[in-house]
Design a protein around this ligand. Structure first.
Ligand SMILES: C[S@@+](CC[C@H](N)C(=O)[O-])C[C@H]1O[C@@H](n2cnc3c(N)ncnc32)[C@H](O)[C@@H]1O
Length: 512
């Protein structure tokens, strides 16, 4: 007897934390586009629901780092729910609960209303009855003014993959019995066809195949082996959400909120002929080739005037997410490349090197050295810095690491390195961020070991930064299978990480 309505259920999904799901990112995206939204405080009573939560990493990180919130993770796969509950127990996180729920029938009767929700990796992978159930839940339980994040495979970018996904699923299901093995075998068939180069394969499909080459089989299975998988146009998703009284307010990939940065001249000229804002989104999807869209919707939009919008954006605090020395004013956009204005952004980075600051204070600091700058644009400042991954929203300056976050980080790292590789990237829970900070696996190992090392110190004793001998011991313990040469290289890399990044991580409270 099978269950799941054609969704992969015989192999668990690979776990991950995704910043786009954070209600603070949702609120910043809405504010940038002039819609009322509030960034919730860490200790505020606030209910966030992760709809289709998988292993629950996002739900757990948000719960651990926002002690006042209640976080609910919903998923119909009991393996996912059991694993997420076990992680919550291991980390001692009490403000997060995981509920086994199939959205085709889930009424949410016992679920309290929520302030924000996210469905990451669900919409285009499930059939119409599941989507209808999700919209019913949002219509019934998302509070007026509440925000919802949804990610999905967008058309027309995926058009060339429709046949190849079908080939992968049909071939895989004939060649193996379990979804991950089917995905591997089916993907090999698709690659063979693509690499032969004879078939008229869409260049974007080739890029998608290329990006999947080193992905884990569990990821490939959940991405490609679902019967109902169907990429969508943004306008169709927006029309579905409108049925639950939700309207589109922006993208948590903040740069994408600026048509001038993502559309070329021809597309901008076409868009300017229409009043309907959804035309911008359609043109972006046609010209920018971004396969996975992230949208933010609000249940009851309130438009702000420019002064109120900017006052709220100026109050948003951010901190550096890269070492100051590695700041980069140039960046790629879906439409090409762009450069931040050095007169403004050099001063902004210099101020951020001293520690987290509000967007308004950063603009004021820049004005001292560059009084001739055009009018302040805090939305653009936040989009440039957060959107290029060089800064992150800070929820509470100075909030220190605490026991639930330390324990959760150890548990997530262990989960990601199951099977022996300590090199898998992982986001660590950081209380000052009220969210997660993605790190390479080796860097995450260094941070975790440093916490253990510091916790062994006598109260009041100050320890130096870990030296090479200590780091080499951590590497030897964690990578006992690696040969001497490899361990030497890993020690070099981790030593370099502490030299390069310690100031930045200290400013966020992640290492001392
Ligand atoms: C691709 S995974 C994404 C998981 C998670 N959001 C993440 O990004 O790591 C989609 C999730 O939706 C869940 N799902 C699929 N169909 C469902 C249904 N009918 N009811 C509830 N959950 C469902 C799956 O079990 C799976 O965990």
């Amino acid at each position: 007897m099978t269950w799941g309505g054609g969704y992969v259920t015989d192999i668990a999904y690979s776990p991950g934390y995704y910043a786009e799901q954070s209600p603070r990112m949702m609120a910043i995206a809405a504010l940038i586009n002039g819609y009322a939204a509030t960034l919730p405080a860490r200790d505020q009573a606030y209910h966030f629901v992760d709809i289709g939560c998988g292993y629950g990493f996002t739900a757990l990180v948000l719960a651990a780092t926002n002690p006042g919130w209640t976080v609910t993770g919903l998923d119909f796969n009991p393996s996912h729910i059991a694993a997420a509950r076990a992680l919550a127990t291991r980390a001692g996180i009490n403000n997060c609960r995981f509920v086994e729920a199939d959205f085709t029938v889930f009424t949410g009767a016992d679920l309290p209303e929520f302030d924000a929700a996210s469905l990451h990796g669900l919409w285009t992978w499930v059939g119409e009855p599941v989507r209808a159930g999700v919209l019913r839940l949002l219509g019934d339980k998302l509070k007026p003014g509440g925000l919802c994040h949804v990610s999905y495979n967008v058309l027309p970018v995926w058009r060339g993959m429709i046949g190849l996904q079908r080939l992968m699923r049909e071939a895989g299901s004939r060649l193996a019995f379990r979804a991950d093995l089917q995905a591997e075998r089916g993907f090999a068939v698709v690659r063979r066809l693509a690499e032969a180069g004879g078939a008229a394969i869409d260049p974007m499909a080739l890029r998608i195949i290329e990006q999947c080459v080193n992905k884990p089989a569990a990821y490939l299975a959940h991405e490609f082996m679902n019967r109902a998988w169907a990429p969508c146009f943004h306008q169709d998703v927006a029309a579905s959400f409108a049925g639950a009284k939700l309207s589109y307010v922006g993208s948590p990939r903040l740069i994408e909120n600026f048509p001038s940065l993502v559309l070329d001249d021809a597309a901008r000229a076409i868009v300017s002929e229409f009043e309907d804002p959804t035309m911008v989104e359609l043109l972006k999807d046609i010209t920018a080739n971004q396969p996975l869209r992230h949208d933010i919707f609000v249940r009851g939009a309130i438009q702000l005037d420019a002064a109120r919008r900017d006052a709220r954006l100026r109050a948003v605090t951010i901190g550096l997410a890269v070492p100051y020395a590695r700041r980069n004013l140039g960046f790629d956009t879906p439409g090409g490349t762009a450069t931040m204005n050095p007169a403004l952004y050099e001063a902004v980075f210099a101020r951020l090197a001293e520690g987290p600051a509000r967007a308004g204070d950063l603009l004021d600091a820049a004005r001292v050295t560059a009084p001739d700058l055009a009018a302040d644009n805090p939305g653009e400042l936040l989009a440039m810095l957060i959107g290029t991954g060089q800064a992150v929203p800070v929820a509470e300056v100075g909030a220190a690491m605490d026991a639930p976050s330390v324990r959760l980080n150890a548990a997530m790292f262990a989960e990601k390195s199951r099977g022996g590789s300590i090199m898998q990237p992982v986001a660590l829970a950081v209380p000052s961020l009220g969210g997660g900070l993605p790190l390479p696996g080796l860097a995450a190992l260094g941070v975790l070991r440093q916490h253990d090392w510091l916790s062994e110190a006598t109260v009041g004793q100050t320890l130096p930064r870990p030296n090479r001998a200590i780091i080499a011991r951590w590497v030897a313990d964690a990578a006992s299978q690696a040969d001497d040469d490899m361990r030497e290289k890993m020690t070099d890399a981790l030593e370099g990480f502490f030299v390069d990044q310690a100031d930045m991580l200290t400013a966020l409270g992640l290492v001392c």
